[in-house]
Design a protein. Structure first.
Length: 420
């Protein structure tokens, strides 16, 4: 098995006429201009000529990024098979089908699929995420990417299917908002939690090798640049793996590695550390203000959709209006599911969330807006409890995004209780 590292969470597994690439985010900013790749990608769109399969772990843009996927030449897409977990909304599957890939296969959870007689995979959902197990006649691999495996129960559930493995690939640093700008202790804790999750996977799956992936990014907007202060750097991850008696394999974009051979980790580590040193606030994206009228229009869009598609959530949200202080416009506004956006004469300290008009407009305009903002950290909370209110809006709009209404969720819970 030969492994070529593309970037971030993207790796090519090559064996027995299969060239399977995972989560190809090659270029561009994601999460509303909040994330950028730490290092430059060397793999080009024309290099997809050698790819036989693409596996997407989940819909987040650092794994499934439509502009990059569309940039794969059409004459190359027709030779590539797409692999993706089964979902209710089928958004990813339908998107790829419209791009005329050779075939789009929805993977049945926990069911083996032979790509060749010597190359077998198993995929299973993990929330909106999913993990991938690869088995060849010589080695086994488990890619858990962003799956938050933070309990023995969760780890053992996967281990029952995969058993012990040879190579583990997983995320190694935090990937969402943790604390306000003046609360670095929360990000330090999040980094420590990631080490604990890695240790749990080491102990459960007993890999011989560890390939760190899915954290080669920086928070690249002036509003979230503070989030870079406590990330787990690859040199510390490398040492942590050694302490836990798992051999680390640190791959820089363009690196190739053959399992069980010698790899120069130090060279790759130094390249990443040099890239980290080049991260500056001056190089970050800047805010582009939106108008109050734009915010009102976007607010009406959201309330209209709730009325049509999730009336129960519309009613529930009416009990939880949320107040924002727009830091670029220096005004306070309130969003209500019944009345939309209204300017209010409140002091900053009387609101729940501090953000820019650009971010609020994005939250209201797109069903994934609140969820994206929760990832990129382009907001501050007045009090810790206000994050729960914000996350309530994340939950409701995420359901809209995945065509999963509150009524459907309540009905599913009732069915689960009846079946117990």
């Amino acid at each position: 098995m030969k492994i070529k590292f593309v970037n971030h969470a993207s790796t090519i597994f090559s064996y027995d006429n299969v060239n399977l690439i995972t989560d190809p985010w090659l270029e561009g900013e994601v999460f509303h201009n909040g994330w950028s790749l730490l290092s430059e990608t060397k793999f080009s769109y024309n290099d997809f000529k050698d790819i036989s399969h693409i596996w997407f772990s989940h819909e987040h843009p650092d794994h499934f990024f439509p502009p990059n996927i569309k940039s794969i030449p059409s004459e190359l897409r027709k030779n590539i098979i797409v692999l993706f977990q089964k979902t209710n909304d089928k958004k990813v599957v339908e998107f790829c089908e419209k791009l005329n890939f050779k075939e789009v296969i929805e993977l049945t959870p926990n069911k083996p699929l032979k790509l060749t007689d010597k190359f077998e995979i198993i995929n299973a959902p993990f929330g909106h995420d999913s993990w991938l197990y690869i088995k060849t006649e010589l080695f086994s691999f488990l890619n858990t990417n962003d799956c938050v495996i933070n309990s023995k129960e969760k780890a053992k559930k996967i281990h029952k299917i995969t058993g012990d493995i040879d190579v583990l690939l997983t995320q190694f640093s935090y990937a969402s908002k943790h604390g306000n700008i003046n609360q670095p202790e929360k990000r330090i804790k999040a980094s420590k939690d990631k080490f604990e999750q890695m240790k749990l996977q080491f102990e459960t799956f007993k890999p011989k090798y560890f390939i760190p992936i899915a954290s080669y990014v920086w928070f690249s907007h002036e509003e979230n640049f503070y989030m870079n202060d406590s990330i787990n750097t690859i040199d510390k991850v490398h040492d942590f793996s050694l302490i836990n008696k798992v051999e680390p394999i640190v791959l820089y974009p363009g690196d190739e590695y053959k399992i069980s051979t010698v790899h120069d980790n130090l060279k790759s580590i130094n390249s990443y550390l040099e890239d980290i040193n080049n991260i500056t606030l001056e190089n970050s994206r800047k805010t582009i203000p939106s108008s109050l009228e734009n915010l009102k229009t976007s607010g009406r869009r959201l309330t209209s959709q709730l009325k049509k598609e999730d009336f129960l959530s519309l009613l529930l949200l009416s009990f939880y209006p949320i107040k924002f202080y727009l830091t670029d416009l220096n005004i306070a506004v309130k969003f209500s599911s019944l009345y939309g956006i209204k300017q209010i004469g409140k002091a900053k300290e009387s609101t729940n969330i501090y953000l820019t008009s650009e971010v609020l407009d994005y939250c209201l305009k797109f069903n994934w807006g609140f969820g994206t903002t929760n990832v990129n950290g382009r907001f501050q909370t007045n009090k810790d409890k206000d994050l729960k209110l914000f996350n309530y809006y994340v939950s409701v709009t995420d359901s809209l995004n995945h065509k999963d209404s509150s009524f459907k969720r309540v009905l599913a819970k009732i069915k689960r209780k009846i079946s117990l």
